[in-house]
Design a protein around this ligand. Structure first.
Ligand code: ADP
Ligand code: MG
Length: 323
């Protein structure tokens, strides 16, 4: 069982940022309004996620750390129509198998919480524990017992920036949740959680971007897009300012990236990548979200339809006379 968890961990847990992503997605699924993340030394030494979600009973918590324990799928049909972000039930077990792990949780309506500790996949303790309602997960010394995997990690600085990137993207895809990220004792991200994408963008990227943003609201062939896009002169050399959300999931996708570039280059033939936050809703039968274990990529049944919607959606938003 421990070995299987370690193997599964190779798929789900590539680096500290993938741990953060899984844990934040669990907090989102738990209905949290506020998610507080703290990391040290690129997350490799220490990561902590605290949420104010529904929390777990002791029994829930014991189950949650077992492989394939998910509270999110009741029937096979649910696999094809998944509203929650989790569903494989292997993130917690995988993470706990390659770290010193603790889970502290309390149901909103209960007087006392529970704390479970696991070391390298071996259960060490489960005790009643005084805690605020919600859930806190701590992960120390990631990959301490899988040195080969540990070697693949980059510098603390690079790992931290990957974490900052994913926290920012999850904040943009959940503007109604307030996120806080502290990196090596310094506050790095605070978002308002007021439901407004523009306010979240400016909290992340600075106030000077605000007047350069255009709302996007587009609908065609059953695809709906909303979010914000920047004016064509506000370009960056990387795609660090681009957040693509498809059916509630932050993903990366070449077709969408190309559609963004083509739309901007049609307006202004200049190198670089604009700031865009695209929240794209696609009918379930047009997209397969199960192609990637970390769910960071999807497969569309027809790339052309997606391409056209993004391309025209952006030009429309920027109100381009070419369009
Ligand atoms: P999955 O998300 O695929 O169900 P996980 O291993 O990520 O699998 O989580 C296992 C289970 O633990 C979840 O289904 C959920 O019931 C519970 N859980 C995990 N994190 C939280 C949290 N932050 N708040 C409440 N419940 C949680
Ligand atoms: Mg999960």
């Amino acid at each position: 069982e421990t070995t299987i968890n370690k193997i599964a961990a190779g798929e789900v847990v590539e680096r500290p940022a993938s741990v953060i992503k899984e844990l934040i997605e669990n907090s989102i699924d738990a209905g949290s309004k506020s998610i507080d993340v703290e990391i040290a030394e690129g997350g490799i030494a220490y990561m902590r996620i605290t949420d104010d979600g529904v929390g777990m009973t002791e029994e829930d918590a014991r189950l949650a750390v077992l492989r394939h324990a998910t509270s999110k799928i009741q029937a096979v049909e649910d696999l094809f129509d998944i509203a929650s972000l989790g569903f494989r039930g292997e993130a917690l077990a995988s993470i706990a198998s390659v770290s010193h792990f603790s889970l502290t949780t309390r149901k909103q309506d209960s007087d006392l919480g529970t704390r479970i500790t696991i070391d390298g996949g071996s259960f060490t303790d489960c005790i009643p524990y005084g805690a605020a309602p919600g859930t806190t997960i701590e992960v120390r010394e990631l990959f301490y017992n899988t040195p080969a995997r540990r070697k693949f990690l980059k510098t603390d600085r690079t790992e931290s920036s990957k974490i900052q990137d994913i926290v920012g993207k999850l904040a943009l895809s959940n503007p109604h949740i307030s996120f806080k990220l502290t990196v090596d004792d310094k506050v790095s991200i605070i978002t308002p959680g007021n439901g407004t994408v523009t306010d979240t963008v400016t909290a992340l990227y600075g106030y000077k971007t605000r007047e350069d943003l255009f709302p996007i609201a587009y609908e065609s062939e059953s695809i709906v897009i909303d979010g914000v896009v920047s004016k064509p002169t506000l370009l960056k050399s990387t795609r660090g300012w681009q957040t693509i959300i498809v059916n509630n999931r932050v993903i990366s996708d070449r077709t969408i990236a190309k559609a963004i570039d083509n739309a901007y280059h049609a307006l202004l033939p200049k190198n670089g990548h604009p700031l865009v936050v695209l929240n794209i809703i696609v009918p379930a039968e047009m997209v397969d979200i199960n192609v990637h274990p970390r769910k960071s990529e999807v497969k569309f049944s027809d790339d052309k339809i997606i391409f056209k919607a993004v391309y025209h959606g952006i030009l429309n938003a920027l109100d381009n006379p070419l369009h």
